[in-house]
Design a protein around this ligand. Sequence first.
Ligand SMILES: Cc1ncc(COP(=O)(O)O)c(C=O)c1O
Length: 340
Amino acid sequence: MEHGVRRLFDTKPASMAYAAPMTQTAPLPTPARTSRHDQSWVYLDGEIARYADARLGLLTHALHYGTGVFEGIRAYWNADAKQLYGLRVADHFDRMRKSAKVLQMNLPQSTGELCEITYELLRRNQLREDCYIRPLLFKNIEEIGVRLHDVADSFAIAAMPMGNYVSTTGLRCMVSSWRRVSDTMAPVRTKCTGVYINSALAKSEALQNGFDEAIFLTQNGHVSEGSAENIFILRNGELITPPAADNILEGITREGVMTLARQELKMPVTVRSFDRSEMYCADEVFLCGTGAQIAPVVDIDHRIIGDGVPGVVTCRIQQLYDDAVKGHVEAFRHWLTPVY
Ligand SMILES: Cc1ncc(COP(=O)(O)O)c(C=O)c1O
């Protein structure tokens, strides 16, 4: 770990260790690299530093082989209470620990300590609006050779303001021509960086074909999930969502929606597989996730869902979720941690 800190904060790139060939007359141009995040504070291997100072080497293992695990966490600003609430932060770090185990990595601190670091980072960045937190644990050796074992990890957290990730007023989706990666190929239960090439392919295909979002099928044709969201359908007053065995990421929001629906709306929720045409015939469809929040789907593959507008149940769940994450629902205050 110590090694990782020194290398990542070094102002002199590791490549300077190599002697330049005698024939080289001019140094390679350094591309101007600025980012809107440059002045923000990030956490990296035990230190809080400016984003611009937290540099990685070109040969960083995770960059080449997708050997990292990450989380996506939200914090919501409540203007009345003048308070920022971290949403289920410990649950995200608990999931990250499981993802890390699968990739033979270790989170450096306890979940409680990681939560505290996150809140400190939000305060240091003076964030007083809805924001997004991105922890990343990654293989940080600068060496050629694909593997998981005997490779040092680095751990970073970045935080930034963030509004909606997708539209929350009615998505037009397509069933992707890419199938959801199977757990027999890569660990879909983890938020492993490499697995997200599957999502990137599907999302770009959808956007470039004029849709808003992609929906994956599994290899055997069951509906799995969106590119970065779980899916629910409503049929005859019952909410239905695919099981973990349909290669979904077991979403924290999915679990929250099931609890909200059962507890607050007294609705039946069933976890079972369903296929493409059952989804087309659903009364309502919505996607959910930390980023997406509750996103109604109004059209799939040019088939109008329900009446072609966000459904009544979807809107109630959306409102309830919105109230809960802002601290307005007493029964769900335990999801939130005040940052200030
Ligand atoms: C592939 C995928 N499925 C589902 C989700 C929803 O998970 P969560 O509700 O935990 O954010 C996400 C978002 O992280 C995701 O990337």
